[in-house]
Design a protein around this ligand. Structure first.
Ligand code: AMP
Length: 125
């Protein structure tokens, strides 16, 4: 499998500092920032700093250090925003849209961390 990364996507521009972002946290290999069009009271995007298009691309080709860092960055966002089950936020949803059928708009891997309200069923219909 080969993966084509478009370095003109909006998250690549954020990583290069060409456009601003509302940073929640940053680690060695990951960046988390608030979604520009939030769908819930908590809506954070967590991205790897490396040029990965999708979750399957990242999982196949990222280093162990990047994968560990990214997994822990998602956890750190959940903790920082207080949405873990049992806490005040009472739970969250992780969402990774991938490719055409997944309706991925930005071709740089991002995990949506959604919470702050009861989110409803996973998919409409
Ligand atoms: P997806 O459909 O999974 O590719 O989601 C892309 C997400 O990126 C959407 O929720 C957008 O609101 C969000 N987004 C697009 N541009 C920006 C930006 N400049 N800063 C923060 N979030 C953005």
């Amino acid at each position: 499998m080969s993966y084509d990364y478009d370095d003109q996507n909006v998250f690549a521009k954020i990583l290069r500092g060409e456009i601003p972002n509302d940073t929640v946290l940053e680690t060695a290999h990951s960046l988390a920032f608030n979604d520009i069009s939030p769908q819930a009271p908590v809506h954070v995007l967590v991205i790897p700093k490396g040029p990965y298009v999708t979750y399957d691309h990242f999982s196949a080709e990222a280093s162990d250090a990047e994968i560990l860092d990214y997994t822990r960055a998602v956890q750190a966002v959940i903790e920082k925003l207080g949405v873990a089950p049992g806490g005040a936020g009472q739970g969250y949803r992780l969402l990774v849209n991938s490719g055409e059928a997944g309706v991925q708009e930005v071709p740089h891997l991002h995990t949506h961390v959604l919470g702050g309200r009861v989110l409803g069923r996973m998919l409409p219909g």
